[in-house]
Design a binder for this molecule. Structure first.
Ligand code: ATP
Ligand code: MG
Ligand code: MG
Length: 382
């Protein structure tokens, strides 16, 4: 049986390896963490750093196809792997998604709607940006941001330079702040034969910049949901994607969609599929990477996905385990540091029966307290 190589040893690699095993594949994980989440469930090859050419050569020669869950490997490293065996998604796609400017340029060329944006490298372009995108705006580092890190919100013109100085000297992009009604995401999978499948759009709620809750399906107008699927499909086709990709979007107050960013890998906002769909995002991703047929991305249930973040949520583990209807997925991480994703819980409802806001608090039972408070408004530190 074929061996699938997965670069990155975190929870996304762990759940990909488990899905691959179910489909009859063996997996090799390339990881810097000998006993990390993925290495606990798969054969693992450890390396000092992901871009070490000797480690990459040895890894690629032992597998039949490579994918990745870790986005901070260099695209050049993926290109090196690709000299040994197929790599899905390609280094080309990773290169675009790693850089917010390249990503926005690509989206614009594909006709994908975006919030106004402007590249910022110095004080001159900073002030140009403020004029072009208008206040309030968000300054973001173009690379390496996650969970809202590397961002500053600017509401007043006299705070503009402070925000710039806090993030400099990194290249930045300014984005107009979208007054969104909600945030949604679409998981799109494409196979080498051009088949494209999209899971239903899901609604995402964040806490302290970290994904907290996903509701599936997103309780939005079906026309908006259909448009979101269309945008995700266009992105997958224009990229000639092979594998899975998550697209994050805003729904603005008038019902227009604006794409925020994409991630060419399984995505936290797709974890609800693990229990609400016959083939979940990891299964579909492995199928695409391995050249297996892609069934329709069917959903048989509605679902709430609740992330388990840090020591607060992990303290509730005994209650979580004892709650009827909670389906926990734990990542095998030893230390529950603040802000660290330790696992998630899926809660299922009959198809079409996802509860409204009050019902969601109810359904969350012991996990409800954190989401009852209003979202904090402070900037998230870099
Ligand atoms: P992730 O962990 O999803 O990769 P990230 O660090 O790459 O996050 P973004 O997704 O760009 O950062 O932004 C984090 C959150 O900040 C978004 O989910 C959204 O809530 C808010 N946000 C980002 N950009 C904008 C914007 N232009 N207008 C309004 N809110 C925004
Ligand atoms: Mg991101
Ligand atoms: Mg994001």
């Amino acid at each position: 049986n074929a061996v699938i190589g997965i670069v990155g040893g975190g929870q996304l690699g762990r759940m990909s390896a488990i899905a691959a095993a179910r489909l009859g594949f063996r997996t090799h994980i390339l990881t810097t963490e000998a006993n990390g989440p993925a290495a606990q469930v798969s054969h693992a090859v450890t390396c000092g750093k992901y871009d070490d050419p000797v480690a990459l050569d040895a890894f690629a020669s032992a597998v039949d196809v490579v994918t990745f869950e870790f986005e901070n490997i260099s695209a050049d490293a993926l290109d090196l792997l690709a000299t040994h065996c197929p790599v899905h998604p390609s280094g080309h796609i990773l290169r675009i998604s790693q850089d917010r400017l390249a990503e926005k340029t690509f989206f614009a060329s594909a006709g994908i709607p975006l919030a106004p944006w402007h590249a910022v490298t110095d004080l001159k372009t900073l002030h140009e940006a403020a004029e072009k995108v208008c206040l309030p705006l968000i300054l973001k580092t173009t690379r390496n941001g996650y969970d809202g890190k590397g961002q500053r919100r600017v509401h007043h013109i006299h705070d503009l330079e402070d925000a710039f100085n806090a993030l400099a000297p990194h290249p930045l992009v300014a984005e107009g702040m979208v007054d969104f009604a909600c945030e949604i995401s679409v998981m799109v999978v494409r196979s080498a034969d051009g088949t494209v499948r999209c899971f239903d759009p899901a609604l995402n709620r964040h806490w302290n910049g970290i994904l907290d809750l996903t509701l599936a399906p997103a309780p939005i107008d079906p026309n908006i949901a259909a448009e979101a699927v269309k945008l995700a499909t266009t992105i997958a086709e224009k990229l000639e994607l092979v594998g899975i990709l998550g697209v994050e979007m805003f729904v603005d107050r008038t019902g227009n969609l604006l794409v925020n960013e994409m991630a060419p890998r399984p995505h936290n906002s797709g974890h609800w599929t693990m229990n609400a769909c016959p083939q979940d995002q990891f299964d579909m991703h492995i199928r695409a990477v391995a050249g297996l047929p892609l069934p329709h991305a069917v959903r048989h249930s509605d679902a709430i996905m609740k992330n388990l973040v840090g020591p607060e949520d992990m303290a509730l583990l005994p209650q979580i385990m004892a709650t009827q209807g909670f389906i926990p997925h734990l990542y095998g991480k030893k230390e529950a540091r603040v802000g660290r994703k330790m696992g998630h819980v899926n809660i299922l409802f009959p198809y079409g029966a996802l509860p409204g806001n009050l019902g969601i608090q109810d359904a969350l039972g012991p996990l409800a307290t954190k989401t009852a408070a209003p979202e904090p408004k402070e900037d998230t530190a870099a």
